[in-house]
Structures are given as C-alpha cells and as structure tokens.
Design a protein around this ligand. Structure first.
Ligand SMILES: Nc1ncnc2c1ncn2[C@@H]1O[C@H](COP(=O)(O)OP(=O)(O)OP(=O)(O)O)[C@@H](O)[C@H]1O
Ligand SMILES: [Mg+2]
Length: 400
C-alpha cells in the first residue's frame, strides 16, 4: 500500500466513517477513491446493510459537485405510477390529480448528484427515460413536449442481481450495460470477517464517546463468535449489536458471555445453504444453539430495549396529540375558526372527521419538513409508500 493509499483510507474513515482493511474492502475503497472525482455514473451493488448508501454519500462528497445538491430517491418506496413524474416532473393536467406544474428530482439535482436507490425496482418504461437523460442529459416533463437539459451525475444502488433481472426481462440490457461500466461491489460481511475487529472497535468507541463510557476492547473468544456469525443484515446488523451491547453494558470489555446473550438467538440455528461443485444446494447445519437460559436472557434484553424505544415514541406522539386537542378544544370554546401558528393548520370548530385530521397532519408534517417526504413519513410514523398512497387519496400530490 502506498502512502497516498493510506491517506485515502484514513480520510474515508475519519470523514465518512468507512472502515475496512480486508482485501475485498480495500478494493472497493480504492475504486471509490478512483471514480469519486469523475463524472461517471456508478452502480453500487451489495446485500442489505453492506454500505451502499454510505459509499454513495462519500462519492458525492469527494467529487467537485459536493457543494451542490445530493438528491436521494428510493425507487422502491415510490409507487410505480408516480416514479416517472417524481423523477422528471410534470405539467399541470398531465394526469388526474396533477393540478400544478411540478419539477422532478432531476431538475432539482441540476449540477449535483442523484442517488437512485433500489434501481432494480424501477419500471421498464421509466428505465427508457433514465437511459435518455444519462446519454443526452435531456428529458421531458410528463405532459410536455418541451425538452429540458440537465447536468446530473448518477449513482445507482441495488441489492438485486441485475444481470438476472435482465435475463428475466425486468431490467433493460442497454441501461444495465451503461450502469455497469463502473461498478462497486460491496461484499457481504461474512466474506470479510477479518474486518469485524476493526468495525467493533469503531462502533463501540463511537457510542462510548457519545455516552461518556469507556470501551476496553473485545476478548478473543467473543471476537471468534462474531467472526463466525452469518450476519444476514451485514455491517448494519453488527453496528446495531455493538451499539446495543455497549450501551446496556455501559462500555467495558465485550466478552463471550455478552455476545452470546445479545446476538439474535434465532440466527444461531438458521440453516446455511452453500453451492457444492455439482451446483446443487447443500444444507449445512448452522452453529450450535446456546443454552436456553442464555438464549432467553438475550431475548429479554432485546425486547426490553425495543419496548423502551416504542414507549418513548408513543409518549412523544401522545404529547403532540394532547397539545393539538387542547388547541382544538380552546378553538371550539372560543366558537371561532383559528389558525395554528406553528404549522399553519386551520382547525374548524365543527369538523371532527378523523380523515380530515389525518389530512391536516400530513400537510403540517410536509410543511414542517419542507416537502421532504422521507422525513414527513417518519414523523407521521408511517412508511414512505403509505404516505404516497395517502397523498394521492387526499389529492395532495401538488402541495410540495
Ligand atoms: N464500510 C463501513 N464502515 C463502517 N460502517 C459501515 C460501513 N458500511 C456500512 N456501515 C454501517 O452500516 C449502516 C448501513 O449502511 P447503508 O445504509 O449504507 O447500507 P445499504 O447497503 O444502503 O443497505 P440497504 O440495502 O438496506 O439500504 C450504515 O449506517 C453504517 O453505520
Ligand atoms: Mg441503502
């Protein structure tokens, strides 16, 4: 490794929290550093939790577009019928419910980067338009013949096997070839267990610093269990485990007993399928199950932690509702229709329909998050897809 390579790995760790000293990760990181400063489209592939979004962010921030927008679009969260107008915008009257003209994400991302997550979920019709904008920079808003031109860099990610999707006719071959020209493959964690020690140390130190705990390290026995775990949720799953464990144990040393207690018990017994040289799938028994007492204790801790988080979320939601109800009652008592200063909701003293309230909360939350649907959905406690459905149901697609 040259001195320059070392500097890059150090920078990626410090600035973007990207860890990995195994050969496979170093290859991915080297490719990242190589393509980031260019304008090339990049396809990032890998299972869930392998770091696709982390890499996409780093690519943008290491490019000379870093001061411009980074627009992240989850193609899998937007209903197929809306995706095209979300990406390319539409004119007033382009379809039922299009009561206003609207810019698409490509226009918003002009001079910046667009990150199309879960690109394997994109309908074939939209793929054609994506290929056009990639090749010529041109697109039309839905319902318009006027050609718009943009300069946008594309980063796409998928956890699907796109080659297989091409064979099945779900993904256009021409788009696949174009995207695949620069691919960064992020390996599953089970393929680079030698990075686990570094990752554990990184996540544990980070959480200890935030909470004022002291992390003393991990024992060889504990590390060996972690290195043999299948990590179906990859680095995200490892991070969650380390953060839970270190928070509950308030730092200290991670030992075998703790790891067995907190590691998701059902995973110990999951069958692992591997390919033998005659290409048949072979069942290999998973690692042995821990004694029932430890298994149950692990479950209890996980459940308690989850319960505590759920309770806090419910408490917060209740506090907001109580506040709103109090305002409503006051308004009713005052016998007048008033305006809520905070989020612009107009409460009608005679209107108690739950649907109407839901609609108002949706509008208020979209306003609060300046039209960011991902944040609004999160604040409302619903999925992005449900939010989209409700926006159509309440004819609110135009308000942002
Ligand atoms: N190389 C890495 N070094 C340190 N942490 C990482 C790395 N890769 C991923 N992580 C951690 O794992 C988490 C999940 O990563 P990320 O969201 O990028 O995964 P993903 O591949 O986009 O997953 P999904 O397909 O589920 O969206 C990140 O928030 C980060 O904490
Ligand atoms: Mg992701």
């Amino acid at each position: 490794m040259t001195k320059n390579d070392k500097n890059i790995y150090h920078l990626l760790q410090l600035r973007y929290g990207i860890i990995g000293s195994s050969v496979v990760m170093q290859e991915a990181i080297a490719r990242l550093a190589q393509v980031a400063p260019t304008d090339l489209s990049v396809l990032i592939t890998g299972e869930t939790g392998t770091g696709k979004e982390v890499f996409a962010n780093a690519i943008h921030n290491m490019s000379n577009r870093k001061k411009q927008s980074f627009i992240s679009v989850n193609c899998g969260a937007i209903p197929e019928t809306l995706l095209e107008s979300e990406l390319f915008g539409h004119e007033k009257g382009a379809f039922t419910g299009a009561t206003e003209q609207r810019k698409g994400y490509f226009e918003v991302a002009h001079n910046g980067t667009i990150f199309l997550d879960e690109i394997g979920e994109m309908p074939v019709g939209t793929q054609v338009k994506l290929l056009r904008v990639l090749e010529t920079g041109e697109f039309n808003r839905l319902g318009s013949t006027q050609v718009h031109k943009v300069d946008v860099r594309l980063i796409a990610a998928t956890n699907r096997d796109l080659e297989y999707e091409v064979r099945r006719g779900n993904f256009r071959e021409d788009l696949y070839f174009r995207l695949n020209a620069v691919q960064i493959h992020l390996p599953p964690l089970r393929k680079h267990p030698e990075d686990i020690a570094l990752l554990v140390e990184f996540f544990a130190n980070r959480i200890c610093e935030r909470n004022g705990f002291f992390f003393e390290g991990v024992t060889d026995e504990a590390l060996s269990i972690l290195e043999q775990h299948p990590w179906r949720g990859n680095i995200r799953e490892l991070r969650n485990l380390v953060e839970t464990l270190v928070t509950i144990e308030q730092g200290g040393t991670i030992d075998e007993e703790q790891v067995r207690r907190y590691l998701k018990p059902e995973r110990f017994n999951e069958p692992v399928f591997v390919q033998n040289n005659t290409t048949a799938l072979v069942h290999v028994p998973g690692p042995t199950l821990p004694p029932p007492s430890e298994l149950n204790l692990g479950l209890v801790y996980q459940t308690l932690l989850q319960l505590q988080q759920d309770t806090n979320a419910i408490k917060q939601a209740f506090a907001v509702m109580v506040e709103k109800l109090a305002t409503m009652q006051m308004n009713v008592a005052n016998q007048q229709t008033t305006q809520d200063d905070d989020d612009g909701i107009v409460w009608d003293k005679n209107d108690f329909r739950l649907e109407e309230m839901e609609r108002k909360f949706i509008v208020a939350s979209l306003r609060r998050f300046e039209g960011n649907r991902r944040s609004a959905a999160k604040a409302l406690g619903i999925s992005e897809r449900t939010l989209y459905r409700k926006l159509i149901e309440y004819k609110l697609t135009e308000i942002v």
